[in-house]
Design a protein around this ligand. Structure first.
Ligand SMILES: [Fe+2]
Ligand SMILES: [Fe+2]
Length: 268
């Protein structure tokens, strides 16, 4: 039997949230999606997460949420991280940080899906971040006794570190999905041993921007060297992600297809 997993790239601010609300219910139907994972560390004003915003995401059809370097930008999410089993922080943060870095969730049909959230270290503030390769190995060991459907969100800056993770996990997980850079990459493929891979899904948010932020603000900073508030932009909103089709017998991917949908921005 095949199992369709939709993975949604970094949801940025209100435009990103609106895009998910508008596009997801239809996509779920249209593509017979069995499970939805979204990276949501940028949903609150472009950085961080809040409980009410996450609740909206879950009610529009997201089954599990991953995060990354901005996970604690809104400190109040720490309590929610402990209480909400569908919400993940990176697995390779210090063990004493709140919440969990991997989980197994049952979908509506009773199928179990394992999800692992990882944070890269190359060109990132990695002082308190452990080895993501080791963290992935440890999480897979625990998850594999429960299910063979495992999706890894590799939230990282360097393409090399993400690609290396793809090869490291090939044949052991259903998919290794890259997030964080907000720019979609054209390298979605199924690796030789059966894991789907893409370096970056691209953000779900406004593309008339610099990585989701207002162009004038970012240009001001680059051209003057002076700080500027990086407000979330509004134009050219797109929903970006990938559809991974997996075999429930083997847990391996059959295909991965990038999804990019323009959103009517009338009410954003
Ligand atoms: Fe992001
Ligand atoms: Fe990030």
């Amino acid at each position: 039997m095949s199992f369709n997993i939709l993975v949604i790239g970094d949801i940025v601010g209100k435009p990103g949230r609106t895009a998910v609300q508008q596009a997801l219910p239809g996509l779920r139907e249209e593509m017979s999606i069995d499970f939805v994972i979204a990276n949501a560390e940028n949903i609150a004003g472009g950085s961080g997460m809040t409980k009410p915003l996450l609740a909206k995401l879950f009610s529009s059809g997201v089954d599990a949420v991953t995060s990354g370097d901005h996970v604690w930008k809104r400190r109040e999410i720490a309590a929610e991280m402990e209480n909400e089993p569908r919400l993940l922080r990176p697995a390779n943060l210090p063990a004493a940080s709140p919440g969990r870095g991997w989980t197994v969730i049952q979908n509506g049909d009773g199928r179990l899906v394992g999800i692992i959230s990882l944070l890269g270290r190359v060109y990132m503030n990695s002082l308190l971040v452990d080895d993501p390769f080791q963290a992935a190995d440890a999480a897979i060991k625990e998850i594999a006794v429960q299910t063979n459907l495992i999706i890894v969100d590799m939230h990282a800056e360097a393409t090399s570190e993400k690609i290396a993770m793809g090869w490291h996990l090939d044949g052991r997980v259903t998919a290794v999905i890259g997030t964080h850079t907000h720019v979609p990459t054209a390298d979605a493929r199924v690796l030789p041993r059966g894991s789907a891979y893409v370096t970056d899904l691209g953000m779900t948010g406004p593309y008339e921007s610099v990585l989701g932020r207002r162009i004038d603000r970012v240009l001001h900073k680059f051209t003057t060297g002076m700080p500027a508030p990086f407000d979330v932009a509004r134009g050219d909103v797109r929903f970006c992600g990938a559809l991974v089709t997996a075999s429930t017998e083997t847990g391996m991917a059959v295909s991965i297809e990038r999804i990019e949908k323009r959103i009517e921005d009338g009410n954003i």
